[in-house]
Design a protein around this ligand. Sequence first.
Ligand SMILES: *Cc1c(COP(=O)(O)O)cnc(C)c1O
Length: 362
Amino acid sequence: MANRAYNFNAGPAALPLDVLQNAQKQFVEYGDSGMSLMEMSHRGAIYEKVHFETEALLRELLAIPEGYKVLFVQGGGSTQFAMVPMNLLRAGSAAAYVATGSWATKAIEEAKQFGEVAIAASSEADSYKRIPAIGELKVPANAAYLHLTSNETIEGTQWTEFPDTGSVPLVGDMSSDILCRPLDVSKFGLIYAGAQKNLGPSGVTIVIIREDLIAKPEGVVPTMLRYATHAKADSLYNTPPTFAIYMVGEVLKWVKANGGAAGMEARNREKAELLYDTIDTSGGFFRGFAEAGSRSLMNVTFRMASEELEKQFVKESEAQGFIGLKGHRSVGGLRASIYNAVPPESVQALAGFMRDFQSRNG
Ligand SMILES: *Cc1c(COP(=O)(O)O)cnc(C)c1O
C-alpha cells in the first residue's frame, strides 16, 4: 500500500498490513456465511471457533502451562487496576506494588481504594529512569500478591528478568509488551494486557490467571468484575467484543508465521538496537531517557537539548510521514513506540531521519 505512514503511535498502534488486508477481505462476508463476523451471534458455531482458536493460539505462542485460564474481558488495562485488588486482596493482607513509572502509579492509586498497599520498591527518586533490581524488592509477609508493570510505556523502561516470589502470586501488567519475547508464564499468578499495543485493536483485554487464584472474592464484587464469572463461562458470560477477539486471532497467526515469540524478540531487538545506537552515537544530540540496563524494546524515549528543537523534530518528522513521535504529555521529549507489528523498514527510516535532522541542526 502506498502512503502507509511510518506509525510510531503508543496505542492504539500499528497493526501488520497483511492482517489488515486479510481482515478487509473478510469484513463484509466471513467465509461463505452470508454476513460479517460482527453480525453473528457470539453463541454460534462460527464465532465460537474464532474465540477458541484465538485462545489456543495465545496458549501456544506464550507456552501457557496447564492450570491457567485465558480470559477475554473488557475495560482495558485500567479496569484490571481495580479487578486485581478486588479479586485477590483478603482481610489482613496487603497489596504489594513495584513503583516503576506512570502506569504502575495508576495501578497503585487504584489499589489504595480497596485496601492496604505496600511499595516493594520504587525508582521514583530516579525519575523512573530505571527498573529496580530484583534484590531491592521488599515484599511484606502478608502480601496477597506482588504487582509489577513489565514495560513502562511512557518512560520507556522494561523489566529484563522477573523475580521468584515463592508463595506470593506475581501479577504482571503486560499491556505494552506481551508477546514481545518468550515468557515464563509459570512465574506469574496473573498477567493482564489490553490488546491495543501488541496484540490487536482496542476493545479486548487478555487475562491469564492461575486457576487457584480464581476464588470467590471477599465482599461485594460486581458479577462482571469477578474473574470467576469469566473463567466459568469461557469468556462468554456476556457478549464479548467479538470483532476485537477475531483481530487478535489474526495478529497471533501473523506472529506465528513470523517465528512466534522468539521471532518477535529477534525482530524487536534489531529494531530497538538501531534506534538506541542512533541515540548513543549522536554525541549527545539525542539523549536516551531510560538507563541503559532498563531500556525498553517497545518504547524508545529520548530528549534533545531544548523543547524548541524537540518541537521542530516532531514537526519535520510529521511532514515526512512519521506519526506519533511526540513523547507523552506527562514526561515530554520524544518517544518511538516500536511494537511487534512496526516494520523494521519504519525504524530504519526513522534512524535515517534522526541522522539527517542532526546533520542539519547539530
Ligand atoms: C496503555 C496501558 C495501560 C492502560 O490501558 P487501557 O487499555 O487504556 O486501560 C495500562 N498499563 C500499561 C503498561 C499500558 O501501556
